[in-house]
Design a binder for this molecule. Structure first.
Ligand code: BDP
Length: 706
């Protein structure tokens, strides 16, 4: 049990679980690369694993007591008429289980494969209900963005090197890529952009187009399409042109040609992802062209082939001068994109990070979702826990995502939830959906941590239907990953559901964002870097007060980017939720919250509470010893012990920082007092040296041992 099978282990069910099974499998397409063929094999493998029964696969036969898998039209051809009672949309499927007679019918082959995984997931969880239903995705784009570099490293990767690239090329052994596609199709992900958004032009040289073509071949039987990130300056770097101006005829011809080369090799290529004019990347603004000119350049090249362009809204190159108190990076996306609404081609989707800054522990929903009424949009999430403990901390993310997706933007004073905007439903847009940054690597655990995989599993399920219950998804994942034992399921549920609030409590609360090292690692606590950088995660803390005034009346004007009802709510301290107070307002440390506590006392209490919860994860996990395999038990235990310790580092660094800067004592007398603590540097050290840390708050007495 090294984690490599993730939630597709097909472990034998405990004694006493039995059900009438189909006697055979009928897969209505037997060509090797077809998802329906894959579905047949997967059903065989799953039933073999769960029940120890070897079923044969046919491509025709008697429907009764068989599991038939195929598309609706394949079924009609084989059996005359369609049993499907509800409307199926692209990628949707129909599942009809009547004891040993099972119909799994997709609108397309991909849908049929999704249905097969759904049936197996039920069986693997000992759920033997007879069911009959159709299910459709809420959006056509359910993508993953990999941040893999051509040299094999992964930007913000915490699970080893790339499964796709090494030394500038596509690796020859793509076994892991195939296993990954299998995992992804089981959670209904339909495309993966394989290279980092900070793209390198070499990805699209002739050799690498062939290479990524091999990845696409490996993905195809799983119904997963391939996409690529582009480097906007490729016409110069690869094409030897003197410009990459998006309106230049030579540049247009260059991209037309590259696109044709890609489709010659990968006829089902999904599309492009573009990070331009962002954090130093080249883009259309270099030539005084608009971001829409940039996006439409690719959109026009790819349109004849049916591809799409995901154009990222993470644009804030033109950062204001430091010290300019009106300047606010949070304003950037709306400032840049809102004036261009209506100018993007129909096959462009503007991909928007969930909050206006950058994957922080809590942010308000990006106001850009409310400002593009004539543009397709998608939400960008991060399964990679870049700011959220980097897979060394357990943080179950769906509850965080739901704060954004379930937020009502009140566009034109009408109900307008973010989840309905990004699917295209709200503003009647043809395209939309989501992308998540997922940095799986060669590590057997994929993400570097067994428990972190629940985030990937949940992302797929939520991208299919954002109203699904985060806790139920987690419990399905737990049963599939660790078995049906109720204590195991309950304990992992409790830990996971408590994990994001705990992390928020010890890492940055009241909307301050994650108070971590912002300059480089994005990992441990370093609150003092926050106001000295151009990155915009400002706290604006001084001796008496804290928080960023983003109001229209006094501050950066950010709150005015929301539609009127929401803008009015955030403009006013009284109507701003406590958990976003310091995002929108600058207040005294002694300001009273709605909870009745002062801001500073809330900091102290929350940090102690958060760290205490993280300590409990260790004992909770220990209660599972013997109930799950030793290999994964030990691995997770190691991480939970680390988190428990690191949460104390977080707690003390932050409370000491605010205690020093405000001079206000902790009512409960905890801050600065650790009567039972034995300092590491006062122990007998063998092979370790004392080391003076900076910032000093990050270690007691500012001394660590290394
Ligand atoms: C930041 C990451 C950086 C990414 C960037 C992005 O630190 O590595 O390149 O986002 O999303 O969060 O483009």
């Amino acid at each position: 049990e090294n984690g490599r099978q993730a939630w597709l282990r097909y472990a034998p069910l405990p004694q006493g679980h039995s059900t009438p099974l189909p006697l055979s499998i009928i897969a209505l397409n037997s060509s090797t690369n077809s998802p329906v063929n894959t579905a047949g094999e997967e059903l065989q493998k799953g039933i073999q694993g769960i029940f120890g029964k070897q079923l044969s696969i046919f491509n025709t036969g008697k429907e009764t007591s068989s599991a038939v898998v195929g598309t609706v039209s394949q079924f009609q051809k084989a059996f005359g008429s369609s049993p499907v009672k509800d409307k199926l949309e692209e990628d949707g499927f129909w599942l009809n289980i009547k004891g040993s007679t099972v119909q799994i019918l997709g609108q397309n082959e991909r849908g049929a494969l999704y249905g097969a995984f759904e049936y197996l997931s039920m069986l693997a969880q000992g759920n033997f209900s007879n069911v009959e239903y159709a299910t459709n995705p809420v959006a056509p784009v359910r993508w993953i963005n990999s941040w893999d570099n051509m040299d094999g490293s992964i930007t913000r990767g915490f699970g080893g090197n790339s499964i796709f690239f090494a030394d500038g090329h596509v690796v020859s052994d793509l076994t892991r890529a195939s296993e990954y596609a299998r995992l992804l199709s089981s959670i209904r992900i339909n495309a993966v952009v394989v290279n980092d958004v900070n793209a390198n032009f070499t990805t699209i040289n002739p050799e690498n187009i062939q290479g990524v073509g091999r990845i696409a071949d490996i993905f195809r039987p799983y119904g997963v399409q391939l996409g690529l990130s582009l480097d906007f300056a490729s016409p110069m770097e690869l094409g030897n042109l003197s410009t990459y101006d998006p309106l230049d005829p030579g540049v247009i011809a260059f991209w037309d040609d590259i696109t044709k080369q890609i489709y010659d090799r990968i006829p089902d290529f999904a599309g492009y992802l573009v990070k331009a004019d962002s954090e130093g990347t080249p883009g259309p603004m270099v030539y005084n062209r608009t971001l829409a000119d940039g996006a439409n350049l690719f959109a026009k090249a790819i349109k004849p082939f049916g591809g799409i362009v995901m154009y990222r809204a993470f644009v804030y190159n033109q950062l204001p001068d430091e010290g300019d108190w009106k300047a606010d990076r949070a304003n950037a996306a709306v400032d840049f994109f809102q004036p261009l609404d209506g100018q993007f081609d129909d096959n462009v989707i503007v991909q928007i990070k969930y909050g206006p800054i950058d994957f922080q522990v809590r942010e308000p929903a990006s106001p850009l979702f409310a400002n593009l009424l004539e543009t397709n949009t998608a939400i960008e999430l991060q399964v990679a826990q870049e700011y959220l403990g980097q897979q060394c901390h357990l943080v179950y993310l769906p509850p965080l995502w739901r704060t954004i997706l379930d937020f009502d933007l009140r566009v034109q004073n009408q109900s307008s939830f973010v989840r309905n905007v990004i699917t295209g439903e709200q503003f009647k847009r043809p395209l939309g959906g989501s992308a998540a940054v997922v940095n799986v690597g060669l590590n057997d655990t994929w993400l570097g941590s067994h428990l972190a995989m629940s985030n990937l599993y949940a992302y797929g399920h939520l991208a299919w239907d954002w109203t699904s219950d985060s806790e139920e998804i987690l419990q399905d994942w737990t049963r599939l990953t660790f078995g049906l034992d109720k204590t195991v399921v309950d304990t992992i549920t409790q830990m996971s559901m408590a994990s994001w609030p705990a992390y928020e409590n010890y890492s940055g609360n009241l909307g301050e964002q994650t108070l971590n090292d912002i300059l480089y690692t994005h990992f441990g606590p370093n609150p003092q870097t926050l106001d000295n950088t151009p990155w915009g995660q400002w706290t604006r803390a001084d001796h008496t007060s804290i928080g960023m005034d983003r109001t229209v009346s006094n501050g950066t004007g950010f709150s005015g980017q929301y539609p009127p009802e929401v803008a009015a709510m955030y403009e006013n301290i009284e109507t701003t939720r406590d958990d976003l107070l310091l995002w929108f307002h600058h207040v005294n440390y002694t300001q009273k919250l709605k909870s009745g506590k002062t801001v500073i006392q809330h900091f102290y209490d929350a940090h102690y509470e958060g760290a205490e919860t993280a300590q409990k994860f260790v004992t909770m996990w220990q209660s599972l010893k013997g109930k799950i395999d030793d290999e994964r038990y030990e691995d997770v235990l190691f991480r939970q012990v680390f988190q428990a310790g690191h949460s104390i580092v977080w707690r003390d660094a932050i409370v000491n920082f605010y205690n020093n800067i405000s001079g206000i004592p902790d009512d409960a007398g905890r801050v600065g007092h650790h009567p039972f603590r034995i300092e590491a540097e006062s122990m007998e050290l063998s092979g370790y040296q004392p080391y003076v840390v900076s910032p000093f708050e990050a270690a007691s007495n500012s001394i660590a041992i290394v």
